[in-house]
Write a protein that binds this ligand. Structure first.
Ligand code: DGY
Length: 318
């Protein structure tokens, strides 16, 4: 009998190919409801999960003792209870490395769009509200030559910093540990969080979501930013206090924000939806065809490796 593999969402074809030969269940295009997910998990030896599914102890127990691997098709894995998996001898993998450049493109796209008021001006044009060119119409702030502050200088943070260098920006970064290679390559300067917030014209957040980073950027931190500054978040929603951000945008305490992630996806704080100076994308950070193919293939290959008794390419913590 072939091993049973559960794929929780429809994924690119490329990711299904390595899984041919397994007893494969692909659940649904939309996130499955919890009951359907637990039912489908029964007897699975491998699960290809997405950020929308909670891979907690109850899920693992519903799958049963045969479950050997959970391959999350994402670099972030805050949806997976890694401790519970460890206790049960289940390997957890993620997809680092294959989405850095695409996610950095998204962060820079949001940064530019927020700085130059693209969302607001496009909405006005489409609504028939554009009547003339104007010296003061939709005037934003410059990006080139400014200071870019990266919070979380991992692979994605560094890829964003490289883009900043291309725009002639000075790079400041804050990270748990110093990144000397990045300092050399990007002429980046390490700063503590307060200094970064006080000095940077653009702050781009790239930390994983952990208990330490939850609401890392709240009212106090936003209060330290310059009034003309722009905040970008492509990491995880709860790293930024959305209510505090909406208030800061409404009061003009910062100029604008570009967000791809939210505290309770797919819900977006109603006050943020009202803000013209918030550019809001629906968690599309890694959403290019090429990158989604690479993520799906890597997740599938990790399942194949574990179920064939080999080491996975990208185990979490590995
Ligand atoms: C990730 O990889 O963590 C993204 O949020 C999903 O693309």
């Amino acid at each position: 009998m072939p091993d049973k593999v559960l794929v929780t969402r429809e994924i690119p074809e490329a990711g299904l190919r390595p899984l041919e030969g397994f007893d494969l269940t692909v659940l649904s295009e939309a996130p499955p409801d919890r009951e359907a997910l637990l039912e489908a998990a029964e007897g699975a030896t491998g699960v290809l999960s997405n950020v929308t599914e909670k891979m907690d102890a109850a899920f693992m127990d519903a799958a049963g003792p045969e479950l050997k691997v959970i391959a999350n098709m994402a670099v972030g894995y805050d949806n997976v209870d890694v401790e519970a998996a460890k206790e049960r001898g289940i390997v957890v993998t993620n997809t680092p490395g294959v989405l850095d450049e695409t996610t950095a493109d998204t962060a820079f796209m949001l940064l530019l769009a927020a700085a130059r008021r693209l969302g607001e001006s496009e909405r006005t044009l489409r609504a028939g509200g554009w009547h003339w060119w104007g010296p003061k119409l939709f005037v934003g702030v410059d990006v080139w030559g400014k200071t870019l502050g990266i919070v979380g200088m991992g692979r994605i943070g560094q890829a964003v910093a490289r883009r900043g260098r291309g725009f002639g920006m000075e790079i400041l970064y804050h990270n748990r540990s110093r990144k000397e290679d990045a300092e050399k390559e990007l002429d980046a300067r390490y700063a503590d969080l307060d200094e970064l917030l006080e000095t940077a014209d653009f702050v781009s957040v790239h930390t994983p979501l952990t208990e330490e980073t939850r609401h890392l950027i709240g009212a106090d931190e936003l209060g330290k930013m310059k009034p003309a500054a722009v905040l970008v978040n492509t990491s995880r929603g709860p790293v930024v206090d959305e209510g505090a951000l909406a208030d800061a945008l409404a009061d003009g305490r910062i100029f604008a924000a570009g967000l791809d992630v939210y505290e309770e996806e797919p819900k977006v704080h109603p006050k943020l939806l009202e803000r013209e100076n918030a550019v809001l994308a629906p968690h599309i950070g890694s959403g290019s065809r090429e990158t989604r193919d690479r993520m799906a293939v890597l997740a599938a290959e990790n399942i194949v490796a574990v179920l064939s008794g080999r080491d996975p390419k990208t185990p979490v913590g590995g």
